[in-house]
Design a protein around this ligand. Structure first.
Ligand code: AR6
Length: 167
């Protein structure tokens, strides 16, 4: 089942929250900064052992001080206008996060709106990709949660999910 929530992803008690990271996996701003602050410095120490992550791939870490049991870090594309393979990389970020979750018996997972902040991906196009991949994987999870920071993004996701469910 897909759920759409407005709020702070670091507060969720789920098997895994997904981080919109950068390829270093060592922290940054936005949701990445919030997750590292809430998880504690052990997350950065652990991620040093992972050796980074290319765009579109995903890596697993423990949740440390988070209510969530795991952090799945993925790296979305930086938006360069849309002709640099951004859509495929964004789709892969969602898909590889969900595949990594399945391989680790994760049944409840929460995603932020990957790439739509500092990385500049147009929000509506990104939401369509996110929700289409979530729909595809929905039967294999107990909960797939999209967590939106702003009311605007929350409303956008609600609208697009209704559109997709009507197809
Ligand atoms: N919970 C849920 N969503 C949040 C939270 C939160 N606590 N905080 C912010 N968002 P961004 P990106 C939303 O910039 O575009 C970092 O520096 C935010 O409103 O966090 O993938 C990394 O290290 C936006 O809608 O991620 C990378 O360098 C969404 O999360 C780079 O930013 C994603 O915005 C990644 O950029």
């Amino acid at each position: 089942m897909i759920e759409i929530l407005q709020g702070d992803i670091t507060r969720l008690d789920v098997d895994a929250i997904v981080n919109a990271a950068n390829p270093s996996l060592l922290g940054g701003g936005g949701v990445d900064g919030a997750i590292h602050r809430a998880a504690g410095p052990q997350l950065r120490e652990y991620n040093k052992t992972l050796g980074g992550c290319p765009p579109g791939e995903a890596r697993l870490s423990p949740g440390f001080n988070l209510p969530a049991r795991h952090v799945i870090s993925t790296v979305g594309p930086v938006w360069h206008g849309g002709d640099q393979g951004e859509a495929r990389i964004l789709e892969n970020a969602y898909r590889n996060s969900l595949e990594l979750a399945l391989a680790n018996d994760i049944r409840t997972i929460a995603f932020p709106a990957i790439s739509t902040g500092a990385y500049g991906y147009p929000r509506e196009q990104a939401a369509r990709i996110a929700l289409r991949v979530m729909r595809e994987y929905e039967p294999r999870f107990d909960r797939i949660i999209a967590v939106l920071h702003s009311k605007e993004d929350y409303d956008l996701y609600k609208r697009i999910l209704e559109e997709i469910q009507g197809e």
